[in-house]
Design a protein around this ligand. Structure first.
Ligand code: CA
Length: 232
C-alpha cells in the first residue's frame, strides 16, 4: 500500500504548513486547499484517505463543506476531522451533526493531531467488519454476541447489546440522545429521548461487573460518549 493521502483544507497558511509538515514527516502524502471550492475540486480530482477541514474558511464554511461531502454518495464515507477554535460542546455537536467523524480544537499539538488522524484511519478502514470489537479491557464478539471484560463474561440485554456495539464501533465521539435514537433504534421507531437514559443506566450497570462502567461517559448538555480514556 502506498502512502496514505491527506487533504488539508485551511486558509491560514502558517497553520496549514505546520500541519502539512508534521504529517509529511509521519509518512503521509499531503495535499493542501485554502478554501472549500478548491477542496471539492481536489477531492473530485483524486480521492484522499482523510480530510482535515478547518471550520472557518473564507468562501464556504468547513461545516458546510463537510455537510456537502457527507450528502454526496461518492464522498459520504470519506473520514473527516474538523479543526476549530470553537470550544463549546454545542459547537462540537454541530460539527459532528454536520457529519465530521472527529473534532480537534485549536491550538493542538502536532502529536495530538497525528494520534487523531491515525485513530480515525484505523476506525474507518474496515473496522465495521471486525468480528471482535475492543475498547480498553472490554471485548464484544459480534459472531457469538458475547461481551467480556478480561476473563469475566458480561451479560447484557438485546438493546444494551446493540447500544454497546454501536458505541464500540464509534468510540471517543459524543452522540446526542437524538443521534443515538436515530442510529441505534432507526428513524422509524418512536422512542422518547429519556428511553436512552434508561438503557444507558442498564448498560452501565451491566458493565459494572467488569469494571468498565466508566467507559460510558455523560457529556453535560451534549449527550454520551464511549471511551476507555479518562476525560476531564
Ligand atoms: Ca481558517
Amino acid at each position: 500500500m502506498g502512502a496514505r493521502q491527506i487533504l488539508i483544507v485551511e486558509d491560514e497558511r502558517p497553520i496549514r504548513e505546520m500541519i502539512a509538515f508534521g504529517l509529511r514527516r509521519a509518512g503521509f502524502e499531503v495535499r493542501e486547499a485554502e478554501d472549500s471550492r478548491t477542496a471539492r475540486n481536489a477531492v473530485a480530482d483524486q480521492r484522499p484517505d482523510l480530510l482535515l477541514v478547518d471550520w472557518m474558511l473564507p468562501d464556504i464554511s468547513g461545516l458546510e463543506l463537510t455537510r456537502a461531502l457527507k450528502r454526496d454518495a461518492a464522498t459520504r464515507d470519506l473520514p473527516i476531522i474538523m479543526l476549530t477554535a470553537r470550544v463549546e460542546e454545542a459547537d462540537k455537536v454541530a460539527g459532528l451533526d454536520g457529519g465530521a467523524d472527529d473534532y480537534i480544537t485549536k491550538p493542538f499539538s502536532p502529536r495530538e493531531l497525528l494520534a487523531r488522524v491515525n485513530a480515525l484511519l484505523r476506525r474507518s478502514s474496515g473496522s465495521d467488519d471486525a468480528e471482535i470489537l475492543q475498547c480498553g479491557k472490554l471485548a464484544l464478539d459480534r459472531g457469538s454476541h458475547r461481551v467480556s471484560a478480561g476473563d469475566d463474561a458480561i451479560t447484557v440485554g438485546p438493546t444494551e447489546y446493540r447500544m454497546l456495539e454501536f458505541f464500540m464501533l464509534h468510540q471517543d465521539r459524543v452522540y446526542s440522545r437524538e443521534q443515538l435514537l436515530d442510529r441505534i433504534w432507526g428513524g422509524n421507531v418512536y422512542v422518547e429521548e429519556r428511553t436512552i437514559d434508561v438503557h444507558i443506566r442498564r448498560l452501565r450497570k451491566a458493565l459494572e461487573s467488569g469494571g468498565c462502567d466508566q467507559y460510558v461517559q455523560t457529556v453535560r448538555g451534549a449527550g454520551y460518549r464511549f471511551s476507555a480514556q479518562e476525560t476531564g
